[in-house]
Design a protein around this ligand. Structure first.
Ligand code: OOB
Length: 543
């Protein structure tokens, strides 16, 4: 196994193989098999291009040959930072054919994060676009070069600006002699942790474990050759990649449509013209979509092909969840997952109240769920506690992070998710917040999520984010950031509204800030850590 990874103990590996979860299929097998099996079907639509599976297969074979000539070999790590363009799949499939490991970086990452990824992964190459969303990635790469932290090769999709153009690596003819089939039990790529603070940690996922989650997700989401999946979020994130995402769609022989951004305008026009059947968004985007249909600008769009809207990545408030079916005319599927492994889905045939009030249940019968108190003791059934998990597609350790692993995992291999959850009698999980997001107001615990849900119920409110602000007397107080729809309600009106909903007085925000937008992470989740920092700055200047 790749140095710096933690394998599953042998008895677990045996069990997961015997149960049929780990089949021995590798990503190089996946590429060869699916591009042949579905050869004539449409695989990818994006950036003005339409590729069949056969074309995707051929392109990746040709590029693999060129990458091999450049010196990329089995086991090498390559940081892939590409937006939602078809070349992303050409590159990733080429790397899979070589047995090289993509390290997935979000388009929103900048020199700071990319340096960290390149150094930690000891990457052989970095693959970037020329420009995207107003940012020049070549300038960033030049900065890395200057600092001596750039990998040996920098490959650019588009105008190379002094680096290696991807176009030049497309060999005349593919040479299957360079293709390498790795071990299915070895790491296939490095995914990033979704942490909203600090630098992302690297997550080694094996062929065996990840392909199991892809197959099982495709089945849960009922994907088939008629599936048209819209990648509206950055495709390299775990959610649009495998839950069931583009890999689930390729597994099933469907079509992946790439959206350059998830705005209602862009996404709805693609849904309409490509007859999209399923897509995935984070809650702030879901709210934008709901508002665009309900209050105007996009109400004329034909979204009738859409069967499933997946919402995940952060808590989707029940108040908002209930609007999905009436407004968009499709089934909501809540997805509570993490790049480290465990993914929960509400099932497509779950009753509406489960779909709108829970974050789903695990993929696998062998996903072990423990809900514990501060001392790792199980809490009584139905009560809120810290979620620990272990299973056939949840990692046993981060990449090259021995020290961190000692606290991020229990001695018997459970991953400490940092999430506070409770389990319903039906086995569904309800996320009550991040342990870190709980506000401790003089000993009274306030769940940011709960207060946000109440604020969202106000008709003039578009979105809300609640964070703790430090306080000399109580330790912390409650601050609500609110985006209003048009006319913001007055503070006193909003607070009265919350009291009338029967919210305990210690949960009523001590401070309300109206803003136009929230700071977000690379995948578009609200960044509470940035909000907290912003609040600290504000408090500092008003003191
Ligand atoms: C997904 O993955 P990451 O790695 O970016 O973030 C994982 C964390 C979870 O530990 C949890 O704190 C939060 O994001 N989260 C949710 C959630 N889905 C993720 N919190 C509340 N409700 C949800 N539905 O975000 C991710 C990976 C695969 C599929 C979906 C999301």
């Amino acid at each position: 196994m790749l140095d710096g990874c933690t394998p599953w103990p042998a008895e677990f590996a045996v069990r997961y193989r015997e149960a049929g979860y780990w089949t021995g299929e590798t990503f190089s097998d996946f590429v060869t098999d699916r591009t042949r099996r579905f050869a004539d079907r449409l695989a990818v639509v994006g950036a003005g291009q339409r590729w069949t599976y056969a074309e995707l297969g051929e392109r990746s074979a040709v590029l693999a040959t060129g990458l091999a000539r450049l010196g990329i070999a089995a086991g090498d790590r390559v940081v892939v930072q590409l937006p939602n363009i078809p070349e992303l799949f050409e590159v990733v499939f080429a790397l899979f054919r070589l047995g090289a490991l993509p390290v997935y970086a979000l388009p929103a990452h900048r020199a700071h994060e990319i340096t960290h990824l390149c150094t930690t992964a000891q990457a052989k190459a970095l693959i970037i676009p020329d420009r995207h969303a107003g940012f020049d990635y070549r300038t960033m790469a030049a900065q890395l070069r200057h600092a001596g932290t750039a990998p040996e090769h920098v490959v650019v999709v588009g105008e190379p600006g002094g680096f290696t153009p991807l176009a030049e690596l497309r060999a005349d003819r593919p040479d299957p002699g360079v293709f390498t089939r790795p071990e299915a039990s070895d790491a296939a790529f490095l995914q990033l942790s979704g942490g909203t603070t600090g630098l992302p940690k690297l997550i080694p996922r094996t062929h065996d474990d990840y392909l199991y989650s892809v197959r099982a997700s495709a089945e849960i989401c009922a994907l088939g050759t008629d599936t048209v999946y819209l990648a509206a979020l950055p495709a390299v994130h775990n959610f649009p990649m495998s839950s069931p995402g583009f890999l689930g769609t390729f597994h099933a022989g469907g079509t992946v449509v790439l959206a350059p951004n998830p705005s209602p305008d862009t996404a709805f026009s693609l849904i309409e013209t490509e007859r999209v059947t399923i897509t995935a968004v984070v809650p702030p985007i879901a709210l934008q979509w709901l508002d665009a249909v309900e209050h105007g600008s996009q109400s004329h769009r034909d979204l009738s092909s859409l069967r499933v809207l997946q919402v995940g990545g952060a808590k989707f408030a029940p108040e908002a969840a209930r609007r999905v079916r009436p407004v968009l005319g499709c089934t909501l599927q809540q997805v509570f997952g993490m790049a480290e492994g465990l993914v929960n889905y509400t099932r497509l045939d779950d009753p509406d109240d489960i779909i709108t009030t829970t974050q789903g249940r695990p993929i696998s019968p062998d996903d072990e769920i423990r809900i514990v108190d501060e001392a790792d003791r199980p809490v009584p059934d139905g009560e809120v506690g810290h979620l620990l998990t272990r299973g056939p597609y949840t990692i046993r350790g981060y990449y090259r992070a021995e020290e961190h692993n000692a606290t991020a995992f229990t001695p018997d291999g459970f991953y400490r998710t940092g999430d506070l959850v409770r389990r319903t009698p039906t086995g569904h999980l309800v996320v009550e917040g991040r342990a870190k997001d709980q506000i401790n107001r003089g000993g009274e615990k306030v769940s940011a999520e709960e207060v946000e849900n109440h604020i969202l119920a106000h008709p003039a409110v578009h979105d809300a984010a609640v964070v703790g602000m430090s306080d000399p007397y109580l330790g912390e107080r409650v601050c609500a950031y609110v985006i209003a729809r048009t006319e913001p309600p007055s503070r006193s009106e909003l607070l009265r509204f919350l009291r009338e909903r029967g919210l305990a007085s210690y949960k009523i925000p001590d401070r309300v800030e109206f803003v136009d937008r929230f700071p977000v992470t690379g995948v578009g989740k609200i960044s509470r850590s940035e909000l907290r920092r912003e609040l600290a700055r504000r408090l500092d200047t008003t003191r």
